[in-house]
Design a protein around this ligand. Structure first.
Ligand code: MN
Ligand code: MN
Length: 292
């Protein structure tokens, strides 16, 4: 593990997250918000580790706009902005919820509290289920529900998800955190009326490479470029449209042939509003080093 690159990616992620937290987003288009975040990451010397997500109200994760998306942030919205920064493939993943709805401010505060409580438990040997229990107990103590089928994850070089999960609810798993691992913890809360899980809600604009093969033609050129530039990290058609004006058609073809995966948008199953908070950290013997 190269701590220096993680720390640098984390510092950029933190800086850009705090900039967007302080911005007045009402009236801004979703496209302007994500392009601001991605531009600022590059200006600071990083690269986006995945397309900036802007998931509003009951839309909970994996929404990034297409070029022609006309949606605008409105008064009353609960706006989750999830951003990643990588330096040479070392990724920092963080999220902030900007809440323009008084009804949900308290939920957001408790969601952030749950993240802090979870981070306090991080150390070598702790059961991942213990972290999930802390998040779940915090939600329930205040009358909220955690989103059970979303959660934190291990992070590896060029890999936003290593396969290790850090759940948002208690699970009877023997899996433990280990010193030296890089992980993200990301509780999501919904209201007491929420289902407490997300379902797929239509196609998004986030993709990642599944497998490589020499292919003929334009789709083959695109597949080579994806590997060269993003490896297995998520990307969006927005980043490729200048080089490939028909990128969406080509991506459709690559998805159909299972070379590329398309991430569906995830929506709270009862249509209730959700909040999110997320940090990336390095697990140490006695505690976490939060890098974001
Ligand atoms: Mn994230
Ligand atoms: Mn994450």
């Amino acid at each position: 593990m190269v701590a220096e690159e993680y720390l640098k990616a984390g510092a950029i992620a933190r800086k850009v997250r705090e900039e967007v937290r302080r911005m007045y987003l009402i009236g801004m288009s979703y496209l302007d918000v994500v392009e601001f975040v991605e531009r600022r990451i590059r200006e600071e010397g990083g690269e986006p580790g995945f397309p900036c997500n802007i998931s509003v109200n009951e839309v909970t994760a994996h929404y990034t706009p297409f070029e022609e998306d006309g949606k605008v942030v409105k008064d009353g919205d609960v706006v989750k902005i999830d951003l990643g920064v990588h330096i040479n493939g070392y990724i920092a993943d963080t999220a902030v919820t900007v809440c323009y709805n008084d009804e949900h401010l308290r939920m957001l505060g408790r969601n952030e509290e749950a993240l802090m409580r979870a981070i306090r438990l991080v150390r070598d040997g702790v059961l991942v289920g213990r972290i999930g229990k802390e998040i779940e107990d915090t939600a329930h103590a205040y009358g909220y529900k955690p989103i059970a089928n979303l959660g934190g994850h291990g992070i590896g070089r060029y890999r936003i998800h290593t396969g290790k999960s850090i759940p948002n609810v208690w699970v009877p798993s023997e899996e433990r955190l280990r010193s030296g691992e890089v992980i993200a913890i990301e509780p999501f809360f919904t209201t007491g009326k929420g289902a407490g899980y997300v379902i797929e809600g239509g196609i998004g604009n986030i993709y990642s490479l599944l497998r490589r093969k020499k292919l003929k033609g334009e789709a083959g050129r695109l597949l080579d470029l994806i590997w060269e530039r993003y490896k297995t990290m998520p990307f969006t058609s927005r980043w490729l449209k200048d080089e490939f004006p028909n990128v969406r058609e080509l991506l459709g073809e690559l998805v159909k042939k299972k070379f590329v995966r398309a991430y569906p948008v995830l929506v709270e199953a009862n249509g209730e509003v959700t909040t999110q908070a997320e940090h990336t950290m390095i697990v140490g013997e006695g505690g976490a080093t939060v890098i974001t």
